[in-house]
Design a protein around this ligand. Structure first.
Ligand code: ATP
Length: 745
């Protein structure tokens, strides 16, 4: 029998019964937290399993797991300060009927499911971790295949208090002693209002989502599906599952989650900690390379040049260029013989050394090659002695400090501000050369990098090798030398004293240093160039698992950048081609295949839209079907009875104000005004209306959602973006409950 949640004392009795169990769990958890404080030193070492294959822990290891979980839980509890949206530790209950009785002759079992596993003093499970095999029926049971489940119950909690229960019956008729309450937990979860942070869905994961979450770690797991189908949230639960099922591998090897923007990382950052995991690295695509942060987007035509693989040839040639303004003549005496090496020979030596070595770790190779040229000029006496004396000469050291100083890949990229140089490199058309040069002139004026620059710097970094910092005193010595001798070498202007000599560490090998963060004064420097070059680029960080969201938007160069971080990794890749903002999907596809290598692939497709009310999604689907007939259109499951409002107005700002005021009155959560750049300045003042309101450009809404949206000037959105209608499709599918579309007359 199903009873309405508001009309019956039975419900109150059910809640009270569940509360008793939840109280017991929290009491045990408090005891465990005390215990774990005592064993803090060894805490994190517990709960690791060396069991090969499945990675499932042994029974005796569960004790360790529980201690570890309690420790992690209390840590993450502090970190997220059990935020207002906290769903509670225990969220599910299964009533099972087994075919064979247990040792006490019972066929019935009650099993609770929660964010982590909790046992009582006798190590009897009070709650099973949602990721444990024993919790799988909570997500997998269906009336067609109930897996022994009679009733699945979701407990709604506010902190430690049970405030509601929602049941699903898995058998045709409930046994008399089982009350069935509520209208289903999923609908309740989908109807509520959206906050500024994404919530976990651990209590309402659907069967097809669970299959993707628990898929084996190996290889590449692709999750595709239209807007709002839960791809992101499923992928994040998968990251938590992987950490649970093979903690040793993924915690020590690292899990990297990459998304389109810092707004996106801020939006999802709470999900994993709420599941008890805080060891995952979240990065926006402009923030993947340690030591560099970019949020600015290039104009589409410039981004297309910078993101395509063609630019690699440009960078290859750039990396072999002499340092602009560097010396063009080496002149000195060695053992009484005059040596004079002119620019042609210098160029030849540079090309020859760079054929076999990274620039930033080939100091000695370059000196040896110069010594050979010098010896060819002199050819008198003992060669080895001559070469040694040449290499030791102060004049050679001083020359090398200018001619072969380590080059920061970011500094090298800025050489492209010189349009003549870009054209001379001979890879891109004159039109593209002008676009590229203009973008670095802008960078030098503003002191900001664009998102596309990060993958270019990463590419140059791989070519140049990591810069190695010299100890201070050694650097001091060279600074004095520099002042004495530099004028002899045709050095036009002396740079500041930041020049360093690399520490050679063997042919082609890189010295590894971690990224150095910018100092406070560098970060706030008023000099744009200082801001651009603040800190230091570190060595590439590799990961055991890389999760890429909004993968359809990555440029080929960005795929290469991620490939360097996931050479030995397994992958989870999430995307929807109909939402792509990168224009050359074929080239991006090739770069992506290269990043994955020959790893096994498995694909999951999501076809239910959990975000948008059906009325909203119908409008978006009509639009995209018209332009992209093969778009992957999901089915929206929820109806509100409120059709989207479509307006046309002469005075766009005034009409926008009226429309958002209405939307703010209709929903409890966030409202976004999604606008192309042309209306941005005029609409920005609307943010003063309410703290729940924000004004945002269409591309920045990727992966995000709001209770209501006002989409301004759809044609303007299509016109300003290289993704065209696909970006408009993104904008139209951000609202959960209400949508208004405003067109200028
Ligand atoms: N099983 C579920 N239970 C409750 N809410 C869910 C469930 N699955 C998805 N959702 C909700 O649906 C919304 C959309 O999910 P998500 O952002 O992961 O979709 P997406 O496929 O990544 O969307 P897009 O491609 O448009 O960015 C989120 O609010 C998410 O919490």
């Amino acid at each position: 029998m199903r009873v309405s949640a508001t009309t019956n004392d039975v419900v109150a009795a059910e809640i009270a019964a569940e509360q008793q169990h939840v109280d017991r769990v929290y009491t045990e958890l408090a005891k465990a937290a005390e215990r774990t404080e005592l064993i803090h030193a060894e805490g994190m070492a517990r709960g690791r399993t060396d069991r090969p294959g499945t990675g499932d822990p042994r029974e005796e290891e569960m004790v360790g797991l529980f201690e570890r979980d309690a420790l992690v839980f209390s840590a993450s509890k502090r970190r997220v300060s059990l935020e207002t949206q906290h769903e509670g530790l225990v969220f599910g209950r299964l009533d099972l009927e087994h075919a064979t009785p247990d040792e006490d002759g019972e066929t019935r079992e009650v099993r609770y499911v929660g964010r982590l596993g909790v046992r009582d003093d006798d190590y009897e499970p009070l709650v099973v971790d949602w990721r444990a095999p024993a919790a799988a029926p909570f997500y997998r049971a269906t009336p067609v295949d109930p897996l022994g489940v009679l009733r699945r119950r979701v407990l709604r909690c506010s902190g430690e208090r049970v405030v509601g229960v929602e049941d699903d019956l898995m058998v045709a008729e409930a046994p008399d002693d089982l009350v069935v309450v509520g209208d289903g937990a999923l609908m309740a979860a989908l109807t509520r209002s959206r906050g500024a942070r994404m919530r976990d869905i651990v209590a309402t994961i659907q069967q097809h989502q669970d299959e993707a979450i628990r898929a084996p770690a190996r290889g590449v797991t692709e999750i595709t599906g239209g807007p709002g189908t839960g791809k992101t949230v499923v992928a994040l639960h998968r990251a938590a599952y992987l950490l649970y099922s093979d903690r040793r591998r993924f915690e020590s090897g690292g899990v990297l989650v990459v998304g389109p923007s810092s707004a996106y990382t801020a939006y999802i950052e709470r999900v994993l900690p709420s599941l008890g995991e805080d060891s995952v690295v979240l990065r926006s695509i402009g923030d993947v390379l340690a030591g560099m942060t970019a949020t600015r987007l290039d104009p589409p035509a410039t981004a297309a040049v910078k993101g395509s693989l063609r630019v690699r040839q440009l960078l290859a040639r750039l990396s072999r260029q002499p340092i602009p303004g560097g010396p063009s003549l080496l002149r000195l005496f060695v053992m009484g013989h005059a040596v004079r090496i002119e620019v042609r020979d210098l160029d030849r030596v540079r090309a020859q050394v760079l054929r076999h070595h990274h620039r930033n770790s080939s100091y000695e190779a370059a000196v040896r090659a110069l010594a050979e040229v010098a010896w060819a000029q002199v050819h008198q006496g003992e060669k080895q002695e001559f070469v040694d004396r040449f290499a030791d000469a102060n004049d050679v050291e001083a020359f090398m400090r200018e001619w072969w100083r380590p080059v920061d890949p970011r500094e090298m990229l800025l050489w492209l501000a010189d349009e003549a140089l870009v054209r001379d490199l001979g890879v891109v058309s004159d039109r593209d050369a002008a676009l590229v040069a203009a973008s670095y002139q802008l960078a030098l004026r503003e002191g900001t990098w664009s998102v596309a620059d990060v993958a270019m710097v990463d590419d140059l970094h791989a070519r140049l090798g990591t810069m190695v910092q010299l100890p201070d005193e050694e650097r001091g010595f060279y600074e004095i030398e520099e002042l004495e001798d530099a004028s002899q070498y045709g050095v036009a202007a002396l740079r500041g004293s930041r020049a360093e000599r690399p520490v050679p560490v063997g042919d082609g090998e890189e010295g590894h240093v971690a990224a150095v963060e910018p100092t406070a004064s560098e970060r706030i420097s008023s000099d744009p160039r200082t801001r651009l070059l603040a800190g230091r680029i570190g060595s590439v960080e590799e990961y055991a698992h890389v999760l890429v969201d909004e993968a359809q938007d990555l440029s080929p160069m960005q795929w290469r950048m991620l490939g360097r971080r996931g050479r030995w990794a397994s992958w989870t890749v999430v995307g929807d081609l109909a939402q792509a903002s990168w224009s050359d999907l074929e080239e991006a596809g090739r770069a992506r295949e290269e990043a994955f290598g020959s790893a096994v692939r498995r694909a999951f497709h999501m076809d239910t839209n959990y975000r948008n009310a059906r009325e909203i999604f119908d409008l978006a689907a009509r639009m995209i079907r018209e332009h992209v007939p093969d778009a992957d259109i999901p089915e929206a499951v929820r109806e509100t009875g409120h059709d989207p409002v479509e307006l046309t107005a002469d005075d766009v700002p005034a009409a926008a104000r009226e429309a958002v005021t209405e939307l703010l009155g209709q929903v409890d959560g966030q409202v976004a005004v999604i606008t192309p750049a042309v209306w941005r300045a005029a609409l920005e003042p609307l943010t003063g209306l309410d703290g729940r309101l924000l004004v945002i450009d269409p591309l920045s809404t990727k992966g995000l959602e709001y209770d209501a949206t006002l989409v301004v000037d759809p044609d303007g959105i299509v016109a300003e973006s290289p993704g065209g209608v696909r970006v408009l499709y993104v904008a139209l599918t951000r609202a959960a409950h209400r949508l208004t579309v405003l067109r200028p007359a």
